[in-house]
Design a protein around this ligand. Structure first.
Ligand SMILES: Cc1cc2nc3c(=O)[nH]c(=O)nc-3n(C[C@H](O)[C@H](O)[C@H](O)COP(=O)(O)OP(=O)(O)OC[C@H]3O[C@@H](n4cnc5c(N)ncnc54)[C@H](O)[C@@H]3O)c2cc1C
Ligand code: SF4
Length: 330
């Protein structure tokens, strides 16, 4: 691996100042499980994706730690590890969708040092992107190798130019919980709902989220769900040991007399950004869930555009939407 400079700021301001001074040469570092043990170790680089020359370790900033739950919701510092999130009794009680999703990430060892900020901002896992020999669109090249190559794990919805699937399980859960991120930059702080946080290849193939090079994620806020909200997480993997989602479904909704009142259904593993299935939600709205769920889940077929080797994911996504919602209903 190429050597790099390491900075250890102790405040958010110091980190932002250092990022601003060093420009595109620098990257934020948290647990390092993706950036160092993945991207940099494997020399994943290209004209649009240069290897960083300096890493700004944000795990030395106390402000980025902590979990606070009050009547308004939960605030989670971006440096909290996935294990700390899973082990929080307060989060488990009110936001089981997030703790279950976090628990399904990778292995216990990785969850012990992988952070929430790192999980949400990790780079995609397309095997062409992670291979040094493929200068695809996402690295600034002029081709997508998944179109004619092995695309069995790629996107079935919303791919254009690039057919990655967003790798983060916590992102899928947080979008279903209507959460938002607080971001710090040279002009102060801004708040971005996860509805608007992720960027599809159609908007900008070189980016996956709204973070600018001199910004960092400070914390995540999840509003307290309406009383009686049902939450369920379901993830299907290719193998039983740790793995990324083939398809994941996060559902959070309220019910009145078995009718769908309000809520969100979000899919992971199917699109370049966590995919909110508004078509499914609209089909269910105000209707008896058990009577309508089959028809609602079938909406997935109308939005899916599978590639040559991944049509199987459409069947799985449809079945999992149905199962997840029925399981949440009890
Ligand atoms: C074998 C294996 C299996 C895995 N399985 C899964 C899985 O099933 N589900 C899943 O969701 N993930 C999975 N992952 C990915 C893993 O969860 C991520 O690598 C991890 O969560 C990243 O966290 P980190 O703290 O180590 O981030 P780092 O590697 O330090 O950083 C990752 C990225 O986030 C950026 N970043 C980090 N913190 C911040 C911040 N505060 N503000 C702005 N940017 C920031 C960094 O610049 C970098 O680009 C797996 C990884 C491995 C190696
Ligand atoms: S899907 Fe995206 S990351 Fe993968 S080869 Fe195509 S352009 Fe590159």
């Amino acid at each position: 691996m190429r050597s790099f400079e390491l900075y250890e700021p102790t405040t958010v301001k110091e980190a932002v100042d250092t990022l601003t001074r060093l420009g595109s040469k620098a990257k934020v570092l948290a647990g390092g499980s993706d950036l160092v043990a993945g991207v940099m170790k494997d020399w994943v680089e290209g004209p649009g994706m240069p290897l960083p020359e300096a890493l700004i370790d944000v795990t030395t900033i106390p402000q980025l730690r902590g979990i606070k739950v009050d009547r308004n919701g939960a605030t989670i510092g971006s440096n909290m590890t996935l294990t700390e999130i899973i082990e929080s009794k307060e989060l488990k009680q009110q936001f089981s969708l997030l703790t279950d999703a976090a628990h399904s990430v990778a292995s216990p060892l990785i969850r012990n040092y992988a952070t929430l900020g790192g999980n949400l901002n990790q780079r995609p896992r397309c095997w062409f992107l992670r291979g040094p020999d493929f200068h695809c669109y996402k690295k600034g090249g002029d081709a997508c190798f998944s179109v004619s190559g092995d695309n069995r794990f790629h996107a079935i919805i919303g791919g254009e130019l690039c057919y990655i699937v967003h790798p983060s399980d916590t992102a899928t859960a947080l979008l279903a919980l209507n959460a938002q991120a607080k971001i710090a930059g040279p002009d102060g702080e801004r708040t971005v709902p996860f509805d608007n946080y992720f960027i599809s290849p159609r908007e900008n193939v070189l980016r996956e989220n709204v973070l600018k090079p001199n910004e960092l994620m400070v914390e995540v806020f999840i509003p307290t769900p309406a009383s009686g909200t049902k939450q369920t997480w379901m993830k299907l993997k290719n193998r039983d040991v740790y793995d990324f989602a083939l398809v994941a479904v996060a559902a959070a909704f309220t019910v009145e007399n078995d009718d769908w009142k309000d809520g969100r259904v979000v899919l992971g593993g199917v699109a370049p950004v966590p995919y909110r299935a508004t078509g499914v939600e609209n089909q269910l709205k105000g209707k008896n869930i058990k009577n309508t769920i089959k028809q609602a889940a079938a909406i997935i077929r109308t939005v899916a555009r599978p590639m040559s080797m991944n049509a199987y994911k459409v069947d799985i996504a449809q079945a999992m939407v149905e199962r997840t919602i029925l399981q949440a209903l009890g």
